[in-house]
Structures are given as structure tokens and as C-alpha cells.
Design a protein around this ligand. Structure first.
Ligand code: PFF
Length: 467
């Protein structure tokens, strides 16, 4: 029997709202900012192939697992996992996986807010016409000036965190639906316009080849990065999709819904890459520029086309919206959990958690300027150091949190969730939730959840350790 329970936090009006919400969560900075710069860093096509494999063989099965666990549990991820474990005769300690995911999501929010804040700065800059006719060096300089200024970064980081907290405090179900319906399609249209522009740069094919041709010797360079990014871009491994699943109508088909979300997310990432790289090449810049890629190349493009300032402003507004619909999904699992656990008001809990994430985010703010030399995870000749000022290797605060979440916590959380859905929940329960009538198709999907996705995660981990 499909569960009749309802979440105390509310429920989506239809499965379409789940698609909007989950796509809103999935499509974000990961697609428009991170995917293109990672592709640049890890060798173009070689990275794209690994990324696609990770999305379809590992990411989507986890998204399925999360959605069905959430919908069957009808509570925050921590409590859903605990209750379902008990129901299945397993240890309630499974809920620790969700607890870890919840913390990972808060850590991601801490730096996500800082980067999303950059788009606020660019909205103002573009709106004021500061990028009119700008050169590649000029745009690089403007970006450098922004990241070098902790006060300016703090201002936008604070504002973005307030935006996120505001929506969550009011309840996701109430405020979100209407804006998502307008903003998500608009984001698609704008990306397509940008793609159209990049086709006119004369470097479109160069960008295309960069994305889709691959050097076989680079295939393994970025496997763990590709896997980590597959998790990040689909928002899986932390419980965000699980908590949205808890608000999903009970009759909706999970399989096709999740597939739609995965395909939309992948399309946005590929389109962003196709739109960006020709512009990078046309401006004579390097695709391996790292995190600044979007914030340096796009202003050059927008600064030099007709109506560019208006379009650029609108583009960064949409980047902001994409980031905002993602950031709320990072906060929701923890807020839902604490509301269930403490029965305190949503507003109070949201405020405390947002403040906490804001504080941790200050570490990221400082990573780009005065704290750039504070290095963590340093492997040196004299051994391993957790922290060392000015060390040769190691990662700054932002890179450390990014590494810890994308490369370790998300895959570990994802592994726990698929194992739970595949091996702890009864086969009948999974069949009921997925509602896939064709036995062959169900067998295939179930095998992906039970065997392929967990093995994929393990193999990539081991391969990376042996490198
Ligand atoms: N999927 C988002 C993106 O690609 O920008 C990032 C994200 C959202 C990660 C929600 C984790 C999460 F829980």
C-alpha cells in the first residue's frame, strides 16, 4: 500500500510543482558557473563524458532513491530514514547518513551564498553600465577588485543569505511556486539567447570541439571531480531532493519525474558550456581560468554587443534566481528536521541556521583576499598538516569546504541513500513507490539502485585513492 501519511510542513499541489522545485534545486551555480569552469580545468570532452556517465548511472539512481525515501517517510530526511529503518527492521542509525547530508548541505550553503552574492554585485555593475565596451583585461581586473574586497563580498553574502532565509521562513510551498513558474522558463530562454550570440562569435565550433572532443589520456584526470560534480549539480547526497520528495503527491510517478529533472539539469549545463566557451575563445582567454570564468568572460561578451548591458543585467538576475532556488533547498532539510524535533517556530529555526551558515561563509569571503594563505589539508614532506599558514600545497578555506562536500560528503551520503533504498527497504515498497508497471524496466532500475550506483561510487573512490 502506498503511504497515506502527509508531511506536517505541507505538500506540493501537483507533481509539476515537484519538478519545478527539484529542477530549481538542481539548476543553479553548479550548471552555469561550476560546470563550465570544471570542464575547462579537466580537459573539456574527457570531463564531459565522465560527467554524463556519472549523472545517468549514479546520480539519477540516487535521485530516485532519495525521492522515494522522502515520499514514503513524509518527514525530514533524518526522521524519514529513522522511521523507515525501524519499519524495515534495520538499525535507526541509518538516520546518521541524513544527518551528515544535512550538515553537508549547510556547509555548501555557506560558500554558495558568497558566490551567489557575486551575481548581485554584477547586477548592479551591469545595470550601471560599468562593463560597456570592456576588454578581457578590464573584466579580469573588475573581478579581481571584487574578490579582493572583503567588505563588498560580505555585503552581498549577507543579502543573499537574507533572501534565502526569507523564503524558507515563509514556507517553501507558499512563496515559491509562482516565481519558479516564471523564472525557470525565462532562464532557459536567456541561455538560448546567449547560445545564439555565441554562434555569431565565429568561435562556436572551437567551443563545440572543446566540449565534445576528448583526449583519451585525460579521461581519468577528473573522474572523482566528475562524480562529485554529478552529485552537486543534481543536489543529491544531502537530502534536499529527499525533503522535496516528502512533499510530493502520493500518486505521481517518481521515475519519469526524476528523469525529467535530470535531463533538464544536464541540458542547462551543456547549453551553458556551449554558450560560454566560444565567448571565451573569441575573447582570446583561457578555458582553464577557474572559478572566475563566468564572471570574467560573460561581462566581456555583454560589454561588447548591442543591448549587452540590459541583457547582461537580466542574465545575472537569472543566475541569482537559479542560485536562490537552489540555496533554499539546502536549508530546508535542516529546518524541517529541527521544526519536527523542537516544535519551535520555523522563523526562529531558520534565523539561527542562516546565521550559522553566514558565519561559516565568512571563511569563504576571506579565502579570496586576506585569508588566501590560510591553507588546510596540507600534505608536505614532513607529513600531513590540517592547517598551515602560507603552505605550498593545501587548500584555502573555500576550496576545503568545496572539496570536503563535493568529493567526500556528497558521494558518501549518496552511497548510504542508494544502499538504503536498494538493500534495506523491501523490494515491494520500492516497487510501490516507483510504480513502474513493466517488470523488465523495474528490474533494470532496481539493479541500477542496488548494484550499479553503489559500485560506481566505490570504484571511483578506490581509483582515486590508488592514483
Ligand atoms: N544543484 C545546485 C547547483 O547545481 O547549483 C547546488 C546544490 C543545491 C547542491 C542543493 C546541493 C544541494 F543540496
Amino acid at each position: 500500500m502506498v503511504s497515506d501519511k502527509v508531511s506536517i510542513h505541507g505538500a506540493w499541489a501537483s507533481r509539476w510543482v515537484f519538478i519545478l522545485a527539484a529542477t530549481g534545486s538542481a539548476v543553479g551555480l553548479g550548471n552555469i558557473w561550476k560546470f563550465p569552469y570544471m570542464t575547462g580545468m579537466y580537459g573539456g570532452g574527457a570531463f564531459v563524458i565522465m560527467y554524463l556517465l556519472c549523472i545517468f548511472l549514479v546520480g539519477l539512481p540516487i535521485m530516485l532513491a532519495e525521492t522515494l525515501i522522502g515520499r514514503r517517510g513524509r518527514q525530514s530526511p533524518v526522521n524519514a530514514l529513522g522511521a523507515l529503518a525501524l519499519e524495515s527492521g534495520a538499525s535507526p542509525r541509518w538516520s546518521w547518513a541524513a544527518l551528515m547530508g544535512m550538515i553537508a548541505a549547510l556547509l555548501i550553503l555557506s560558500f554558495y551564498s558568497v558566490i551567489a552574492g557575486w551575481s548581485l554585485d554584477y547586477i548592479m555593475g551591469m545595470g550601471a553600465g560599468q562593463f560597456e565596451g570592456i576588454s578581457a583585461e578590464g573584466a579580469g581586473g573588475a573581478f579581481g577588485a571584487l574578490t579582493a574586497d572583503p567588505w563588498r563580498l560580505t555585503l552581498w553574502h549577507t543579502l543573499f543569505m537574507l533572501l534565502t532565509g526569507f523564503v524558507i521562513a515563509r514556507g517553501v510551498v507558499a512563496g515559491l511556486e509562482r516565481s519558479l513558474r516564471v523564472m525557470m522558463p525565462l532562464l532557459f530562454v536567456l541561455l538560448l539567447v546567449l547560445l545564439g550570440y555565441s554562434m555569431t562569435t565565429g568561435h562556436f565550433m572551437q567551443g563545440f570541439h572543446f566540449l565534445f572532443d576528448f583526449q583519451p589520456d585525460r579521461l581519468l584526470d577528473g573522474v572523482l571531480a566528475a562524480l562529485g560534480h554529478a552529485f552537486f549539480t543534481l543536489s543529491v547526497g544531502v537530502g534536499s531532493i529527499m525533503v522535496y520528495g516528502a512533499y510530493m503527491p502520493k500518486r505521481a510517478s517518481i521515475g519519469s519525474t526524476v528523469l525529467a529533472v535530470g535531463i533538464l539539469d544536464t541540458l542547462v549545463a551543456l547549453t551553458a558550456g556551449l554558450a560560454l566557451f566560444p565567448i571565451v575563445f573569441a575573447a582570446g582567454m583561457e578555458p582553464g581560468a577557474g572559478p572566475g570564468l563566468m564572471f570574467v568572460t560573460l561581462p566581456v561578451a555583454f560589454g561588447n554587443i548591442a543591448l549587452g548591458q540590459a541583457m547582461g543585467t537580466l542574465f545575472f538576475v537569472l543566475v541569482l534566481i537559479a542560485a536562490w532556488t537552489s540555496s533554499i533547498s539546502m536549508l530546508e532539510p535542516a529546518v524541517a528536521y529541527l521544526v519536527e524535533r523542537t516544535r519551535r517556530s520555523r522563523v526562529l529555526i531558520t534565523s539561527v541556521l542562516a546565521l550559522l551558515c553566514w558565519l561559516v561563509g565568512m571563511g569563504t569571503v576571506l579565502s579570496f583576499n586576506v585569508g588566501a594563505e590560510a591553507k588546510f589539508f596540507v600534505f608536505a614532506v614532513d607529513g600531513f598538516h590540517l592547517f598551515q599558514w602560507g603552505a605550498e600545497g593545501g587548500r584555502n578555506f573555500f576550496d576545503s569546504i568545496d572539496y570536503l562536500t563535493s568529493r567526500i560528503l556528497l558521494p558518501a551520503g549518496g552511497l548510504a541513500f542508494v544502499l538504503f533504498a536498494g538493500w534495506v527497504l523491501k523490494r515491494e515498497a520500492v516497487r510501490e513507490e516507483l510504480a513502474i508497471d513493466n517488470p523488465l524496466l523495474f528490474g533494470l532500475v532496481y539493479w541500477l539502485i542496488r548494484v550499479v550506483a553503489p559500485l560506481g561510487i566505490l570504484v571511483v573512490f578506490v581509483a582515486e585513492l590508488m592514483k
